[in-house]
Design a binder for this molecule. Structure first.
Ligand code: SAH
Length: 238
């Protein structure tokens, strides 16, 4: 049976999902709240981690190790790097990297940690499911490579570095750390993001203006995914 973890980084990113459900049990653990409810034969645990890679790793680990979730969806907003991505556009990650890992002093490439890999891939089954839902509902959905780091990016210099070094299409502050946890613990996962800004000097203003609407775009798509996932008993990528 599937036990589905849904996480975002900020309250605004999960609230549009939470308000669709009732009979919610709130579990307090590790300085956070985990919202537990049932939908059909799915058990769902929803949480926002707070911003950044460390918080996101903690929440993803708790969702999997303590609450025994065996599939994870991340929902939220991101800054666009690829000029084809406009504010409000929806994307799923095919792979994610940490753009602020730098031990290049020792001859390693940016984003690389020994015994690890620069990019971690998302679940193909979940990606296929997402594209199926998108075409069924006439929703525009892009496949994007995501770069994650512990900085809000609002300058073309930083953005160009990430673009040129990782060929990423979008950037945010949690995805790759969630990917690392799910990959290590063998849990199929998908990262969904809607564009809130374009990571340039206007990013702060755009973010404030579009956080709510873009969060809702991503959350609405998660609701479609929940509706399909209720018919799954397991997700076997290999
Ligand atoms: N305004 C918030 C801080 C937001 S940080 C506050 O004051 O509390 C930005 C959040 O949105 C992160 O969770 C990150 O994943 C995502 N994000 C959106 N645009 C981003 C950008 N340009 N750079 C980095 N992260 C971005």
């Amino acid at each position: 049976m599937l036990k589905l973890a849904i996480m975002g980084a900020m309250r605004e990113e999960i609230e549009p999902i939470l308000k669709h459900f009732s009979d919610i049990k709130v579990n307090e653990y590790a300085n956070n709240k985990y919202y537990e409810f049932k939908y059909d034969n799915l058990e769902i645990i929803l949480a926002y981690s707070k911003i950044g890679k460390v918080n996101a790793s903690l929440t993803a680990s708790v969702l999997i190790e303590k609450f025994k979730c065996n599939v994870l969806l991340f929902t939220g907003v991101a800054g666009a790097i690829n000029p084809d991505l406009k504010i409000g556009d929806l994307l799923i990650a095919n792979k994610l990297c940490q753009h602020d890992i730098d031990i290049t002093a020792f001859g390693h490439p940016y984003g690389y940690i020994p015994e690890g890999k620069v990019f971690i891939e998302t679940s193909k089954i979940l990606r296929d499911l997402a594209f199926h839902i998108a075409s069924e509902n006439n929703i525009k959905l892009s496949l994007a490579s995501i770069a994650t780091g512990d900085q809000f990016i609002n300058s073309n210099t930083q953005k160009d570095f990430i673009k040129n070094t990782f060929r990423a299409d979008a950037l945010e502050m949690e995805g790759a750390s969630v990917a690392l946890v799910c990959d290590a613990l063998d849990v199929p996962f998908l990262v969904l993001r809607s564009i809130s800004d374009t990571a340039n000097m206007d990013a702060g203003f755009d973010f404030d203006e579009f956080l709510k609407s873009s969060s809702k775009t991503s959350a609405n798509f998660i609701l479609h995914m929940i509706d399909k996932l209720k018919n799954f008993t397991s997700i076997e990528d290999k």
